[in-house]
Design a protein around this ligand. Structure first.
Ligand code: CA
Length: 232
């Protein structure tokens, strides 16, 4: 298991490097975003630990450039509680997981192992539902041939709904799958993001593919159109 740790605080980087090596990881440390990007274009890694606050290129710039280059290695971001970015930003920027400093080393190891496991089985095929097309690799969404730009969170929500097309999914199921398992915020965040999706995917096209199922949650049904008051 090869890990790249991008962290400018050398003492923390060294502690993490030593600890991960003891756990059987092969670890490489980069102290700047530029170094990290270079390592990532030269060598393959199974997972990346990426600090957000870095001199020069910030962690989030590094992450954006990685994804632009088509490198989909899972990324765990290190965020600072009082930093410029918080954990919600880390996800919106396309991170796969995050830890807030200071963190427990054993939690870091467990999260990295989970990401590595997930990373192997992922990279699924293009999803379609009616005239909706979602490509998980290029991160593109289109409706009826027209590109629709989504934030990473909106994208993940749509991906989840498309994987369960035709089924009613509850808000808590959505929260568990689209947000981090440790997210303990309000369920209403799901409503907010469904609204964002409708604004981008339905309103401009005069469609109504995300149904609200009262008392249950939501159902993506691109062929069903508007089904007012669908019971059960
Ligand atoms: Ca830092």
């Amino acid at each position: 298991m090869r890990v790249l740790v991008v962290e400018d605080e050398s003492r923390l980087a060294e502690t993490v490097r030593r600890g991960l090596a003891d756990e059987g990881f092969v670890v490489e440390v980069a102290h700047t975003g530029e170094q990290g990007l270079w390592a990532l274009t030269e060598r393959d890694f199974d997972v990346i630990v990426l600090d957000i606050m870095l001199p020069g290129k910030s962690g989030y710039t590094v992450l954006g450039e990685l994804r632009d280059r088509g490198i989909w290695t899972p990324v765990l971001m290190l965020t600072a509680k009082d930093g410029e970015y918080d954990q919600v930003d880390a996800f919106d920027l396309g991170a796969d997981d995050y830890l807030t400093k200071p963190f427990s080393f054993m939690v870091l190891v467990a999260r990295l192992r989970a990401l590595i496991r997930r990373g192997v089985s992922e990279r699924p095929v293009v999803l379609t539902a009616g005239d909706l097309v979602l490509d998980p690799v290029s991160h593109r969404v289109s409706r009826n041939g027209v590109d629709v730009r989504l934030t990473p969170r909106e994208f993940n929500l749509l991906e989840f709904l498309m994987q369960h097309r035709g089924d009613a999914v509850s808000k808590s199921e959505i929260l568990r799958n689209v947000w981090d398992p440790s997210f303990d915020g309000d369920l209403n965040i799901v409503e907010v993001y469904v609204r964002y999706l409708r604004r981008k995917l339905d309103h401009p096209f005069g469609t109504d593919c995300i149904e609200t199922i009262r008392g249950v949650g939501y159902r993506l049904d691109p062929d069903g159109g508007a089904m007012v008051g669908s019971g059960s």
